[in-house]
Design a protein around this ligand. Structure first.
Ligand SMILES: Nc1ncnc2c1ncn2[C@@H]1O[C@H](COP(=O)(O)OP(=O)(O)O)[C@@H](O)[C@H]1O
Ligand SMILES: [Mg+2]
Length: 262
């Protein structure tokens, strides 16, 4: 008897090897490698134009790579695109919520589209998890940027995708809203979802990620836990007090090194 598993639970949630992508002459990805463990939060850190969205678009099957392998939830993004799409949800920089509907109505609508039983209960549960219960009955047009982004993240969770991509989830938000979204991302990981987020903010990676990879000039130039990244630099000695390097110190040190080698 042949049993075809629709989800594979062994191995990492995301595996990327030798990924390359050019837009005409512009070589954006020049051999990108990384892995994301199941249930972890992984930050792909890079400046504007580094290629973060390109990686996310390839992993979510919206764009084809020129070379290399990428697997999501065990499925090859080229050969098993439909299975990959069933395994993921993608939330972009611009929230895809309907302004005219209330937060709750947005959630119920998506739950209906996904043919879930009890869409109302699904909506109420998500409103609670993302601290939107009180706002749930209000039109989204009245929401702050942080509330919208939280609703967007809540919507992307409907149907329980094992892997979620958050492409610059806090770009353009004020500091208070950023912290609200950070809490929402932590909530995702508590529920066991694997999160790949892209960010250009060092503090965001530092706050959220179990593992951080820096994408620079088409390659991952460092990849590790925050503690591992900090060990790349010796602590600065200030008289008798050791000052631990910040992620910012590490970032500029490695990005500077990569520039010197070229
Ligand atoms: N469809 C496209 N056609 C041509 N160039 C593109 C296209 N999409 C992105 N680029 C270019 O590729 C580079 C990487 O873009 P992107 O992946 O969006 O970076 P990031 O998300 O890190 O800001 C940028 O220089 C961008 O201008
Ligand atoms: Mg981008």
């Amino acid at each position: 008897m042949l049993v075809r598993m629709s989800t594979s639970t062994a191995g990492p949630a995301i595996q990327v090897r030798g990924l390359e992508k050019s837009y005409k002459e512009l070589r954006v990805l020049r051999g990108v490698d990384f892995e994301v463990a199941r249930g972890s939060i992984f930050a792909l850190l890079g400046s504007n134009g580094a290629g973060k969205t390109t990686v996310v678009r390839i992993l979510s099957t919206l764009l084809r790579a020129d070379a290399g392998d990428a697997r999501v939830n065990g499925f090859d993004v080229g050969a098993r695109a439909a299975d990959v799409r069933e395994s993921i949800s993608l939330t972009g920089q611009f929230a895809a919520v309907d302004e005219i509907l209330s937060g709750r109505e947005n959630l119920v609508m998506i739950a209906r589209l996904r043919h879930l039983r009890e869409p109302g209960a699904v909506a109420d549960d998500l409103l609670r998890r993302f601290s939107l219960t009180e706002a749930g009955g209000r039109r989204v047009a009245t929401y702050s940027g942080g509330m919208r982004r939280r609703l967007d993240i809540a919507m992307s969770l409907i149907g329980n995708p094992p892997v979620i991509f958050l492409d610059e989830p806090t770009t353009g938000l004020d500091p208070e809203a950023r912290i609200e979204v950070w809490d929402a991302v932590k909530e995702l990981a508590r529920g066991g979802t694997t999160v790949l987020l892209t960010t250009q903010y060092l503090d965001e990676a530092e706050q959220l990620a179990d593992r951080i990879a820096i994408l620079h000039r088409g390659r991952i130039i460092v990849d590790g836990t925050l503690a591992e990244l900090k060990r790349l630099l010796p602590p600065a000695e200030v008289e008798y007090v050791e000052k631990q390097p910040s992620l910012e110190d590490v970032y500029f040190a490695v990005v500077g090194d990569a520039a010197e080698k070229e």
